[in-house]
Design a binder for this molecule. Structure first.
Ligand code: C2E
Ligand code: MG
Ligand code: MG
Ligand code: MG
Length: 283
Protein backbone atom coordinates (compact mmCIF):
# COMPACT_ATOMS: atom_id res chain seq x y z
CA UNK A 1 0.00 0.00 0.00
CA UNK A 2 0.88 3.65 -0.14
CA UNK A 3 2.25 3.74 3.39
CA UNK A 4 4.71 0.91 2.75
CA UNK A 5 5.64 2.44 -0.60
CA UNK A 6 6.42 5.68 1.10
CA UNK A 7 8.55 4.01 3.74
CA UNK A 8 10.45 2.04 1.12
CA UNK A 9 11.11 5.11 -0.89
CA UNK A 10 12.42 6.83 2.20
CA UNK A 11 14.68 3.88 3.02
CA UNK A 12 16.09 3.87 -0.51
CA UNK A 13 16.64 7.59 -0.34
CA UNK A 14 18.60 7.50 2.91
CA UNK A 15 20.78 4.60 1.80
CA UNK A 16 21.57 6.48 -1.39
CA UNK A 17 22.32 9.64 0.57
CA UNK A 18 24.66 7.79 2.90
CA UNK A 19 26.49 6.27 -0.04
CA UNK A 20 26.89 9.72 -1.61
CA UNK A 21 28.03 11.22 1.70
CA UNK A 22 30.64 8.52 2.26
CA UNK A 23 31.96 8.97 -1.23
CA UNK A 24 32.12 12.76 -0.80
CA UNK A 25 33.95 12.35 2.48
CA UNK A 26 36.62 10.14 0.91
CA UNK A 27 37.08 12.60 -1.96
CA UNK A 28 37.37 15.51 0.50
CA UNK A 29 40.11 13.82 2.48
CA UNK A 30 42.07 12.71 -0.56
CA UNK A 31 41.66 15.97 -2.45
CA UNK A 32 43.22 17.90 0.41
CA UNK A 33 46.42 15.93 -0.17
CA UNK A 34 46.24 15.84 -3.95
CA UNK A 35 47.86 19.24 -4.46
CA UNK A 36 50.80 18.61 -2.12
CA UNK A 37 51.34 15.14 -3.52
CA UNK A 38 51.40 16.56 -7.02
CA UNK A 39 48.50 14.52 -8.31
CA UNK A 40 46.93 17.35 -10.31
CA UNK A 41 47.61 17.55 -14.05
CA UNK A 42 46.85 20.17 -16.65
CA UNK A 43 45.38 19.07 -19.96
CA UNK A 44 45.04 21.29 -23.01
CA UNK A 45 42.21 21.47 -25.51
CA UNK A 46 42.93 23.28 -28.79
CA UNK A 47 40.94 26.39 -29.62
CA UNK A 48 40.56 26.78 -33.38
CA UNK A 49 39.46 29.36 -35.91
CA UNK A 50 36.08 28.14 -37.17
CA UNK A 51 36.50 29.22 -40.78
CA UNK A 52 39.50 26.95 -41.42
CA UNK A 53 40.32 24.99 -38.25
CA UNK A 54 43.69 26.72 -37.72
CA UNK A 55 44.94 26.69 -34.11
CA UNK A 56 44.44 29.96 -32.20
CA UNK A 57 45.18 28.87 -28.64
CA UNK A 58 44.05 26.38 -26.03
CA UNK A 59 42.10 25.96 -22.82
CA UNK A 60 43.84 24.52 -19.77
CA UNK A 61 41.63 21.95 -18.00
CA UNK A 62 42.57 20.36 -14.69
CA UNK A 63 42.57 16.59 -14.06
CA UNK A 64 43.33 14.58 -10.95
CA UNK A 65 45.71 11.69 -11.45
CA UNK A 66 44.33 9.59 -8.60
CA UNK A 67 46.64 6.81 -7.34
CA UNK A 68 43.95 4.12 -7.64
CA UNK A 69 41.06 5.62 -9.62
CA UNK A 70 43.14 6.87 -12.53
CA UNK A 71 42.42 10.15 -14.28
CA UNK A 72 39.50 11.91 -12.55
CA UNK A 73 37.59 14.70 -14.37
CA UNK A 74 36.83 18.07 -12.75
CA UNK A 75 33.09 17.33 -12.63
CA UNK A 76 33.93 14.89 -9.80
CA UNK A 77 36.00 17.23 -7.65
CA UNK A 78 35.63 20.95 -8.46
CA UNK A 79 32.39 21.33 -6.50
CA UNK A 80 33.87 19.32 -3.62
CA UNK A 81 36.95 21.56 -3.64
CA UNK A 82 34.68 24.60 -3.53
CA UNK A 83 32.66 23.16 -0.65
CA UNK A 84 35.71 22.49 1.54
CA UNK A 85 37.43 25.77 0.70
CA UNK A 86 40.12 24.25 -1.48
CA UNK A 87 39.18 25.77 -4.82
CA UNK A 88 41.33 28.89 -4.38
CA UNK A 89 44.43 26.74 -3.75
CA UNK A 90 43.51 24.48 -6.65
CA UNK A 91 43.03 27.40 -9.03
CA UNK A 92 46.29 28.92 -7.86
CA UNK A 93 48.10 25.69 -8.71
CA UNK A 94 46.37 25.64 -12.10
CA UNK A 95 47.40 29.22 -12.91
CA UNK A 96 50.99 28.57 -11.85
CA UNK A 97 51.25 25.39 -13.89
CA UNK A 98 49.53 26.97 -16.91
CA UNK A 99 52.01 29.86 -16.98
CA UNK A 100 54.98 27.57 -16.39
CA UNK A 101 53.93 25.41 -19.34
CA UNK A 102 53.16 28.41 -21.52
CA UNK A 103 56.57 29.91 -20.72
CA UNK A 104 58.21 26.65 -21.75
CA UNK A 105 56.36 26.54 -25.07
CA UNK A 106 57.15 30.20 -25.72
CA UNK A 107 60.83 29.69 -24.99
CA UNK A 108 60.85 26.75 -27.42
CA UNK A 109 59.33 29.01 -30.09
CA UNK A 110 56.24 26.79 -30.27
CA UNK A 111 53.64 29.35 -29.17
CA UNK A 112 52.73 31.91 -31.81
CA UNK A 113 52.05 35.58 -31.13
CA UNK A 114 48.29 36.12 -31.03
CA UNK A 115 47.47 32.70 -29.57
CA UNK A 116 45.83 32.66 -26.16
CA UNK A 117 45.87 30.13 -23.35
CA UNK A 118 42.62 30.22 -21.35
CA UNK A 119 42.61 29.33 -17.67
CA UNK A 120 39.42 28.69 -15.69
CA UNK A 121 39.27 30.64 -12.46
CA UNK A 122 36.60 30.78 -9.84
CA UNK A 123 35.10 34.21 -9.26
CA UNK A 124 36.35 34.10 -5.64
CA UNK A 125 39.94 34.16 -6.96
CA UNK A 126 39.27 37.64 -8.35
CA UNK A 127 38.59 39.04 -4.90
CA UNK A 128 42.02 38.38 -3.47
CA UNK A 129 43.65 41.76 -2.76
CA UNK A 130 47.02 40.67 -4.20
CA UNK A 131 45.55 38.96 -7.23
CA UNK A 132 46.90 41.37 -9.83
CA UNK A 133 50.32 41.57 -8.21
CA UNK A 134 50.61 37.77 -7.94
CA UNK A 135 49.58 37.32 -11.53
CA UNK A 136 52.01 39.94 -12.76
CA UNK A 137 54.80 38.25 -10.79
CA UNK A 138 53.97 34.87 -12.32
CA UNK A 139 53.93 36.36 -15.82
CA UNK A 140 57.33 37.93 -15.20
CA UNK A 141 58.76 34.80 -13.64
CA UNK A 142 57.83 32.65 -16.62
CA UNK A 143 58.41 35.39 -19.19
CA UNK A 144 54.89 35.17 -20.53
CA UNK A 145 53.29 38.24 -22.08
CA UNK A 146 49.93 39.20 -20.57
CA UNK A 147 48.24 39.14 -23.96
CA UNK A 148 48.86 35.38 -24.24
CA UNK A 149 46.65 34.77 -21.19
CA UNK A 150 42.88 34.62 -20.93
CA UNK A 151 40.83 34.07 -17.77
CA UNK A 152 37.53 32.21 -17.99
CA UNK A 153 34.90 33.01 -15.40
CA UNK A 154 31.49 31.31 -15.49
CA UNK A 155 28.46 33.43 -16.19
CA UNK A 156 26.54 32.34 -13.10
CA UNK A 157 29.40 33.55 -10.89
CA UNK A 158 28.41 37.13 -11.62
CA UNK A 159 24.88 36.65 -10.36
CA UNK A 160 25.84 36.89 -6.72
CA UNK A 161 29.08 38.84 -6.89
CA UNK A 162 28.32 41.74 -9.15
CA UNK A 163 29.85 45.20 -8.58
CA UNK A 164 33.28 44.81 -6.90
CA UNK A 165 34.57 42.23 -9.34
CA UNK A 166 33.82 44.34 -12.36
CA UNK A 167 36.65 46.71 -11.40
CA UNK A 168 38.99 43.74 -11.17
CA UNK A 169 38.02 42.67 -14.67
CA UNK A 170 38.84 46.14 -15.96
CA UNK A 171 42.21 46.08 -14.19
CA UNK A 172 43.07 42.67 -15.62
CA UNK A 173 42.27 43.84 -19.11
CA UNK A 174 44.29 47.00 -18.73
CA UNK A 175 47.27 44.70 -18.12
CA UNK A 176 46.49 43.05 -21.46
CA UNK A 177 44.95 39.88 -20.03
CA UNK A 178 41.76 38.88 -21.81
CA UNK A 179 38.65 37.89 -19.84
CA UNK A 180 36.02 35.47 -21.10
CA UNK A 181 32.56 34.65 -19.77
CA UNK A 182 32.31 30.86 -19.69
CA UNK A 183 29.18 28.75 -20.21
CA UNK A 184 27.33 31.76 -21.52
CA UNK A 185 23.57 31.32 -21.84
CA UNK A 186 23.22 29.01 -18.85
CA UNK A 187 23.01 31.81 -16.27
CA UNK A 188 20.48 34.58 -16.14
CA UNK A 189 22.30 37.58 -17.53
CA UNK A 190 19.99 40.15 -18.98
CA UNK A 191 21.00 42.14 -22.02
CA UNK A 192 21.36 45.23 -19.86
CA UNK A 193 23.70 43.37 -17.52
CA UNK A 194 25.83 41.94 -20.30
CA UNK A 195 26.30 45.46 -21.63
CA UNK A 196 27.96 46.41 -18.34
CA UNK A 197 30.26 43.37 -18.11
CA UNK A 198 33.79 44.44 -19.01
CA UNK A 199 34.81 41.30 -20.88
CA UNK A 200 36.13 40.75 -24.37
CA UNK A 201 35.18 37.13 -25.05
CA UNK A 202 31.93 35.20 -24.71
CA UNK A 203 31.92 31.39 -24.72
CA UNK A 204 28.63 29.93 -25.90
CA UNK A 205 27.80 26.93 -23.74
CA UNK A 206 27.99 23.52 -25.35
CA UNK A 207 24.38 22.72 -24.48
CA UNK A 208 23.26 25.25 -27.13
CA UNK A 209 25.75 23.97 -29.66
CA UNK A 210 24.60 20.38 -29.26
CA UNK A 211 20.93 21.34 -29.58
CA UNK A 212 21.33 23.96 -32.27
CA UNK A 213 20.68 21.83 -35.38
CA UNK A 214 17.79 19.81 -33.98
CA UNK A 215 16.04 22.16 -31.58
CA UNK A 216 14.37 25.31 -32.87
CA UNK A 217 14.63 27.15 -29.53
CA UNK A 218 18.37 26.45 -29.25
CA UNK A 219 18.85 27.61 -32.84
CA UNK A 220 17.09 30.90 -32.11
CA UNK A 221 19.04 31.34 -28.88
CA UNK A 222 22.41 30.81 -30.56
CA UNK A 223 21.46 33.27 -33.28
CA UNK A 224 20.35 35.84 -30.70
CA UNK A 225 23.47 35.40 -28.56
CA UNK A 226 25.70 35.82 -31.60
CA UNK A 227 23.93 38.97 -32.83
CA UNK A 228 23.72 40.54 -29.41
CA UNK A 229 27.31 39.88 -28.34
CA UNK A 230 28.76 40.89 -31.70
CA UNK A 231 26.84 44.16 -31.51
CA UNK A 232 28.47 44.74 -28.14
CA UNK A 233 31.89 44.10 -29.66
CA UNK A 234 32.69 40.77 -28.01
CA UNK A 235 34.59 37.90 -29.64
CA UNK A 236 32.76 34.56 -29.59
CA UNK A 237 33.99 31.07 -28.85
CA UNK A 238 31.64 28.09 -29.25
CA UNK A 239 32.15 25.11 -26.93
CA UNK A 240 31.51 21.45 -27.58
CA UNK A 241 31.63 21.35 -31.39
CA UNK A 242 31.47 17.66 -32.21
CA UNK A 243 30.71 17.52 -35.92
CA UNK A 244 31.33 19.31 -39.17
CA UNK A 245 27.75 20.53 -39.62
CA UNK A 246 27.94 22.37 -36.29
CA UNK A 247 31.25 23.97 -37.27
CA UNK A 248 29.84 25.09 -40.58
CA UNK A 249 26.66 26.52 -39.09
CA UNK A 250 28.55 28.50 -36.42
CA UNK A 251 31.13 29.73 -38.92
CA UNK A 252 28.29 30.98 -41.16
CA UNK A 253 26.83 32.89 -38.22
CA UNK A 254 30.22 34.58 -37.83
CA UNK A 255 31.38 32.87 -34.63
CA UNK A 256 35.14 33.34 -34.67
CA UNK A 257 36.51 30.47 -32.60
CA UNK A 258 35.55 27.05 -31.34
CA UNK A 259 36.56 24.06 -29.28
CA UNK A 260 35.29 20.52 -29.31
CA UNK A 261 35.90 16.89 -30.12
CA UNK A 262 35.70 17.73 -33.86
CA UNK A 263 39.10 19.39 -33.45
CA UNK A 264 40.41 17.42 -30.46
CA UNK A 265 39.81 16.50 -26.83
CA UNK A 266 41.77 17.92 -23.92
CA UNK A 267 45.23 16.33 -24.16
CA UNK A 268 48.22 15.95 -21.89
CA UNK A 269 50.85 18.67 -22.43
CA UNK A 270 53.12 16.22 -24.25
CA UNK A 271 50.46 15.00 -26.66
CA UNK A 272 49.06 18.50 -27.20
CA UNK A 273 52.52 19.82 -28.04
CA UNK A 274 53.34 16.91 -30.34
CA UNK A 275 50.03 17.02 -32.18
CA UNK A 276 49.29 20.76 -32.30
CA UNK A 277 52.42 22.78 -31.62
CA UNK A 278 55.41 20.98 -33.08
CA UNK A 279 53.81 19.10 -35.96
CA UNK A 280 55.18 19.93 -39.45
CA UNK A 281 51.61 20.66 -40.65
CA UNK A 282 51.51 23.75 -38.43
CA UNK A 283 54.58 25.44 -39.81
P1 C2E B 1 34.39 24.35 -19.19
O1 C2E B 1 35.37 25.38 -18.78
O2 C2E B 1 33.13 24.80 -19.83
O3 C2E B 1 35.20 23.34 -20.10
C1 C2E B 1 34.65 22.64 -21.18
C2 C2E B 1 34.37 21.20 -20.83
O4 C2E B 1 33.76 20.56 -21.95
C3 C2E B 1 35.62 20.38 -20.55
O5 C2E B 1 35.26 19.38 -19.62
C4 C2E B 1 35.91 19.75 -21.90
O6 C2E B 1 36.70 18.58 -21.82
C5 C2E B 1 34.51 19.44 -22.37
N1 C2E B 1 34.42 19.38 -23.82
C6 C2E B 1 35.19 20.02 -24.71
N2 C2E B 1 34.81 19.74 -25.98
C7 C2E B 1 33.75 18.91 -25.90
C8 C2E B 1 32.90 18.28 -26.87
O7 C2E B 1 33.05 18.43 -28.09
N3 C2E B 1 31.90 17.50 -26.41
C9 C2E B 1 31.69 17.30 -25.07
N4 C2E B 1 30.68 16.52 -24.72
N5 C2E B 1 32.46 17.88 -24.11
C10 C2E B 1 33.49 18.68 -24.52
P2 C2E B 1 36.12 19.10 -18.32
O8 C2E B 1 37.57 19.16 -18.64
O9 C2E B 1 35.55 17.86 -17.71
O10 C2E B 1 35.82 20.34 -17.39
C11 C2E B 1 34.55 20.56 -16.85
C12 C2E B 1 34.46 21.90 -16.15
O11 C2E B 1 35.28 21.94 -14.99
C13 C2E B 1 34.96 23.06 -17.02
O12 C2E B 1 33.98 23.45 -17.92
C14 C2E B 1 35.25 24.11 -15.95
O13 C2E B 1 34.07 24.79 -15.59
C15 C2E B 1 35.69 23.27 -14.78
N6 C2E B 1 37.15 23.36 -14.68
C16 C2E B 1 38.10 22.67 -15.38
N7 C2E B 1 39.34 23.04 -15.00
C17 C2E B 1 39.18 23.99 -14.03
C18 C2E B 1 40.10 24.77 -13.23
O14 C2E B 1 41.32 24.70 -13.36
N8 C2E B 1 39.55 25.65 -12.33
C19 C2E B 1 38.19 25.78 -12.19
N9 C2E B 1 37.72 26.65 -11.28
N10 C2E B 1 37.31 25.07 -12.92
C20 C2E B 1 37.80 24.19 -13.83
MG1 MG C 1 36.20 26.98 -19.46
MG1 MG D 1 32.90 26.47 -20.80
MG1 MG E 1 30.80 24.46 -20.37
Amino acid sequence: DAKTDGRNRFAVYTTEMRRVNDKTFVIQTELAQAIEQQQLRLFFQPKCRLSDGVLMGAEALVRWQHPSKGLVLPGEFISVAEKIGLLVALDRWVMQEALRQLGEWMAAGWWQVGWRLSVNQNVVDLQHPNMLENLQNLLNQHQVSACALELEITEDAFLHHAPEQLDRLIQLQSLGISVAIDDFGTGYSSLAYLRKLPVSVIKIDQSFVSGMLTNETDAVLVHTIVDMTHNLGHTLVAEGIEDESQRQHLACLGVELGQGFLFDRALSAEIFAARWLASPAQS
